[in-house]
Design a protein around this ligand. Structure first.
Ligand code: AHR
Length: 322
């Protein structure tokens, strides 16, 4: 009788697209090593992962917050291996430094799924597959928008204050590459200064405040996430510098979380480049493919857009899940 009930539950779970595990003992165990909680984007990403990998959905999630330290990610992965999890999901802080620990996971026979940023390893069989944003395209989109914006204003020369995310992370490396490629192609563009702000509002504020004390002659803030943009905007308010649609400084921001879109609608941020954090269902779909004996695509990118302060609409904000 028990077997018949278990079979019926399994069939029902299968029909609703849930994992094929009828009782608690059969939950799929996922060890997730998260970067930290540096930004609104990251908090939305953690929520997406924890909501998706719930017991109700057939998973046991072992979550570890690395507090932005790679050594903590090594320690977490070693623990996941000892706990014999079914899958390791890694949101890597930086691109390099993964060969050794991922070899340990491979030797233990545990599939590794990379989410959000990438890893740069000599042997790409060290991970099973990867899902995240095309960060180079994000940077390039921002640069293309700036080119056309300046053209429509009849302005050529600009001095850019560049606020970078965590150095060595894919999102920083690629967004920076997108900007630097455009600067190399536009002789009248100058990067006035470049600072690492670790994707936090506090550093975006402090760095911009200190910089503006020495040099107020900037026309663009290219800020690699929304939280750093909020910090920079506060510093400009204090320094009496206007920005946004009708201001002196053009603000370009990455992520497009709801609070940034609200600032964009008000005209305080000129461009929000979307970086979508809702990876939970995407990672779940990769695990389900593996559970079904399928081999998922090695690398998949998320579709993303941009929001311009002249065209953004109230419904873009209302429809925002994060
Ligand atoms: O890797 C994605 C980046 O990490 C987001 O742009 C940033 O907000 C986050 O912390």
């Amino acid at each position: 009788m028990k077997k018949a009930i278990a079979f019926l539950i399994s069939a029902a779970l299968l029909l609703c697209g849930c994992a094929f595990h009828a009782d608690e003992d059969e939950l799929i165990v996922v060890g997730f090593s998260q970067v930290g909680s540096e930004s609104s984007w990251r908090i939305a990403n953690t929520r997406s992962m924890t909501e998706t990998f719930s017991e109700q959905n057939g998973f046991e999630l072992i979550y570890d917050d690395a507090k932005n330290k790679q050594q903590n990610q090594y320690d977490a992965i070693r623990e996941f291996i000892q706990q014999e999890v079914d899958y390791i999901v890694l949101a890597p802080i930086t691109e390099t430094g993964w060969d050794g620990i991922l070899t340990e996971a491979k030797n233990a026979g545990i599939p590794v799924i990379i989410v959000d940023r990438s890893v740069s390893v000599a042997d790409d069989s060290l991970y099973t597959c990867k899902v995240g944003s095309d960060f180079l395209e994000e940077g390039a989109k921002a640069a293309r928008w700036l080119e056309s914006e300046l053209e429509s204003r009849g302005k050529k020369d600009v001095r850019i204050l560049h606020l970078q995310g965590t150095r060595g992370s894919t999102s920083q490396l690629m967004r920076t590459k997108g900007l630097e490629t455009a600067v190399a192609a536009n002789p009248d563009w100058e990067i006035a200064a470049q600072f690492e702000c670790d994707y936090t509002e506090a550093m975006g504020y402090e760095v911009t405040r200190d910089y503006l004390e020495k040099d107020k002659n900037i026309n663009v803030i290219f800020s690699e996430n929304d939280n750093m943009s909020f910090g920079a905007m506060r510093a400009m308010d204090e320094a009496g510098i206007t920005y946004g649609k009708d201001g002196d400084v053009i603000v370009i921001s990455f992520d497009a979380v709801r609070s940034a879109l609200t600032e964009c609608l008000k005209g305080n941020i000129n461009l929000c480049v979307e970086c979508n954090p809702l990876h939970g269902p995407r990672v779940r779909s990769l695990i389900e493919q593996l559970e079904n004996g399928e081999l998922p695509q090695k690398q998949s990118f998320v579709e993303e857009t941009v929001f311009d302060c002249s065209t953004i609409k109230q419904e873009d904000i209302e429809n925002r899940a994060y």
